[in-house]
Ligand binder design. Sequence first.
Ligand code: ASP
Ligand code: MG
Length: 410
Amino acid sequence: MALYVQKFGGTSVGSIERIEHVADKVKTFHDQGHQIVVAVSAMSGETNRLIGLASDISDTPTPREMDVLVSTGEQVTIALLAMALQKRGVNARSFTGWQVGIKTDNSYMKARIEDIDTSAMRAQLDAGGVVVVAGFQGIDDDNNITTLGRGGSDTTGVALAAALGADECQIYTDVDGVYTTDPRVVPAARRMEKVTFEEMLEMASLGSKVLQIRSVEFAGKYKVPLRVLSSFKDGNGTLITMEENSSVENPVISGIAFNRDEAKVTIKGVPDIPGVASKILVPISDANIEVDMIIQNVSADGTTDFTFTVHRNDYQKALDILRDTATELEAREATGTDDICKVSMVGVGMRSHAGVASKMFKTLADENINILAITTSEIKISVVIEEKYLELAVRALHTAFGLDAEEETA
Ligand code: ASP
Ligand code: MG
């Protein structure tokens, strides 16, 4: 028999009916003889409602009181779920973060879990009962209530699983797994049976927002097998694992992520001499602008062009700075555009396969899509293209790399 930590997100506990449905699900596992620890979010919309109440009072509420406030959402859910389980004859007991001994540091609204005392949970499990824990919250050394940042209940689930040495941490949500790409863009996107932590991190940071990124890092660090699955639909979901060669087909590419929030700026005709790159980038980083890709062209006549990409929100600021730099360096001009996007192919299989990049570039060329910038890492190749080609590019690559499902999901 196994020990499972099951985390249910806001939509999964968004109404009384849904809480009753979660209770049925938990009872089924419990009846099979498994030990179950449940972590829950606030009912959907509740955390936002609470934040709204605070902003009706003050533009600058203190972080301490914000955490006292927003942590109440989860407390409602644990009580209701425990009642629903008890109604079904299941011995269930609710615990807030402090009752279960979730110790965090003292950074309000983005606290990190430092330690979990498992004795209260163990006692309840040993008595044959189900443990129901409030997600997203803990307590610091001075007994202040803290919260873990938006979406933090995922991290609670993973941390509980790590502390208890659970067999699996199951994250129940409103999607039935992690897909090869966004099904709204590619109807033939396929649910992945398995994906490695490394791949999941690359995809999550690129915008496949299924799990709080911190929970994935946490699970990878403590080697907690993590499964994402639907609380509404039966199925195996997607297992996030350490194993690399676990899948039968073991495709070279696991998924395609994309990001529309990109912009690119270029400074043209700068002298090609030592120190120029830093002269261009230091003022950018001083302005707290994060730079993603950097490209410097070969120089023909002693001058060169230098291009980099930034978040779309930073576009105007970056361009203004670059115009000043252009004047200072006596460069020809500074230009930019924010109608670009980034498309990334991710897969641990690409480590051992030369030719992924060339196949990617050929696929895009066949669609007449011009590549504006390229970066690579061991398990990822990203290109910047014009945003109007995003759908076309992702669909073409999805097909070319054999990711299409036989039947369309959407
Ligand atoms: N209720 C919190 C939020 O909405 C935590 C969570 O749902 O994971 O951010
Ligand atoms: Mg969530």
